[in-house]
Design a protein around this ligand. Structure first.
Ligand code: CA
Length: 227
């Protein structure tokens, strides 16, 4: 059972969202204010948190959750674009955010990604292998044959996500979200740069790829075998 704490005081948003989450199989615990949510943190798997709450500012709610030592993923709902800077800049401990108005499908995709990132799936993907490349997720180490790859944190995450879905195309937006955890619209060049650095470390050639294939207009695919 996956418990989602939904902290949103606007019923026009909270009610349809609660219905959609319930349809997805989550157990929703709705709260219209911050204190109620803070009093209900046991066995929570994900927090969806509105910033504009009637009692406690959403960022403070996020901070208080973190100050209790809880690692639960927090997805922020924000109505104002200038709040996004706060969410990102103040390091309140949020994992991702969506701006209102949002599409339900988009929000549910974020929820799934966050739960996958931190959830019980991790043991299944503790070791990821394709061709001679291996990622030990728990130890945060990556190898090509017997050689350990010296990767930055972002390169490691990028490789991890590509390897997890090896053989399939991983969309640019998915990569941006899972590796950078932010709105994918901003920094698509960043993604291309990191793919290029990762290729270099793997000794791969973008024009004749052995490992990472560019799928135009979509994303990237880590090849399971040389075709
Ligand atoms: Ca609100």
């Amino acid at each position: 059972m996956t418990n989602v704490l939904l902290v949103e005081d606007d019923p026009a948003i909270a009610e349809p969202l609660a219905r959609a989450l319930t349809r997805e199989g989550y157990t929703v615990r709705p709260h219209g204010n911050g204190q109620g949510a803070l009093d209900d943190l046991s066995d929570v798997d994900l927090v969806i948190l509105d910033l504009g709450l009637p009692d406690i500012d959403g960022l403070d709610v996020a901070r208080r959750i973190r100050s209790q030592g809880l690692n639960v993923p927090i997805l922020i709902l924000t109505a104002r674009a200038d709040e996004v800077d706060l969410v990102v800049g103040l390091d309140a401990g949020a994992d991702d955010y969506v701006t209102k108005p949002f599409r339900l499908a988009e929000l549910l995709a974020r929820v799934r990604a966050l739960l996958r990132r931190v959830g019980g799936d991790l043991t299944d993907e503790d070791e990821l292998i394709a061709q001679d490349v291996r990622v030990d997720v728990g130890a945060h180490r990556a190898f090509q044959a017997k050689r350990e790859l010296q990767l930055t944190a972002k390169e490691f995450e990028l490789l991890r996500v590509l390897l997890r879905d090896a053989g399939s195309v991983v969309g640019r937006e998915t990569l941006m979200r899972e590796v950078w955890g932010l709105d994918p619209s901003g920094s698509t060049k960043t993604l291309d740069m990191h793919v290029s650095w990762l290729r270099r470390k793997l000794g791969d050639d973008a024009n004749d790829p052995h490992y990472i294939t560019t799928v135009r207009g979509m994303g990237f695919r880590f090849e399971t075998a040389q075709g």
